[in-house]
Design a protein around this ligand. Structure first.
Ligand SMILES: NC(=O)c1ccc[n+]([C@@H]2O[C@H](COP(=O)([O-])OP(=O)(O)OC[C@H]3O[C@@H](n4cnc5c(N)ncnc54)[C@H](OP(=O)(O)O)[C@@H]3O)[C@@H](O)[C@H]2O)c1
Length: 239
């Protein structure tokens, strides 16, 4: 029960890494507030956590809706008696070479991946400060420092996320708020054009992938730092 008494707000908690993190944090005693669009999936996650004796709250909505995100953060803090951590995990992964990539897709991906992160974090900061400190976590990618053809917009969003988090860390340090980006390699989720089943089939053929639960463990690690330390970036790659 390493997170007993903590309240954590997570985006993208309806599936994949966000769902695995929500389930792990709840098993460790945290009350988890779950933000994503697919309400039925969020309710399923909540029911699973409650059945295991944990506490969870569904906050269905779109991370790019400014008013909704502000209300969701306030609701999470009210429900949990405050907020100790926020995880910005929701993202969109659209594929296509730049020459043929629609500008609307470019804008939407940056809106979700960067704009949504900004809105969530900005809404959470006053609640973390009211607690006297806490954590801001984000899920970046190995592509936060790398590149890949056909993913220029996604790569740009994940490099941008890393820069945002580095500057944020400098801003929030004085408020006793730790800021950490967790940067996973390929993970067995439905993210991007290939679903988890496709990725599993590729793994059978020798490609390496992480389990979402392993990325969740890295996020849990980021929430448990020694008092004099701040871990600002964590890379997690498949063996
Ligand atoms: N899978 C990989 O190989 C991999 C590798 C490196 C990094 N990542 C990163 O890991 C994070 C989680 O992705 P995942 O792999 O777990 O894939 P996933 O299962 O597709 O999760 C993405 C989550 O984001 C949410 N989301 C997307 N757009 C949203 C919006 N407009 N408003 C609210 N929520 C939204 C989705 O929920 P709804 O659809 O219900 O809204 C879903 O819960 C992402 O930041 C991704 O960039 C993934």
């Amino acid at each position: 029960m390493r997170l007993r008494g903590k309240t954590i707000l997570l985006s993208g908690a309806s599936s994949g890494i966000g769902r695995a993190a929500a389930e792990l944090f709840a098993r460790e005693g945290a009350a988890v507030a779950l933000l994503a669009r697919r309400e039925a999936l969020l309710e399923e996650v909540v029911r699973g956590i409650e059945a295991a004796g944990g506490r969870a709250l569904a906050l269905p909505g779109d991370i790019t809706d400014e008013a909704f995100v502000a209300q969701a953060a306030a609701r999470a803090a009210e429900w949990g008696g405050g907020l100790d951590a926020v995880l910005a995990n929701a993202a969109l992964g659209l594929v296509g070479e730049v020459e043929h990539f629609a500008y609307a897709d470019w804008c939407r991906m940056l809106e979700v991946n960067l704009g949504g992160t900004f809105l969530l974090v900005r809404a959470a900061i006053p609640h973390l400060r009211a607690r006297g400190g806490g954590h801001v976590l984000a899920v970046g990618s190995e592509l936060s420092r790398g590149a890949m053809p056909g993913l220029a917009g996604y790569v740009a969003s994940k490099w941008g996320l890393l820069g945002f988090m580095r500057a944020l860390s400098m801003e929030l340090h004085r408020h006793n708020i730790r800021v950490c980006s967790v940067l996973p390699g390929g993970t067995l989720t439905d993210f991007g054009p290939d679903d988890a089943a496709d990725k599993r089939a590729r793994r059978e053929r020798g490609e390496r992938f992480l389990e979402p639960a392993s990325v969740a463990e890295a996020l849990l690690f980021a929430l448990q730092q020694p008092p004099e330390a701040r871990v600002t970036e964590l890379d997690i790659m498949p063996m």
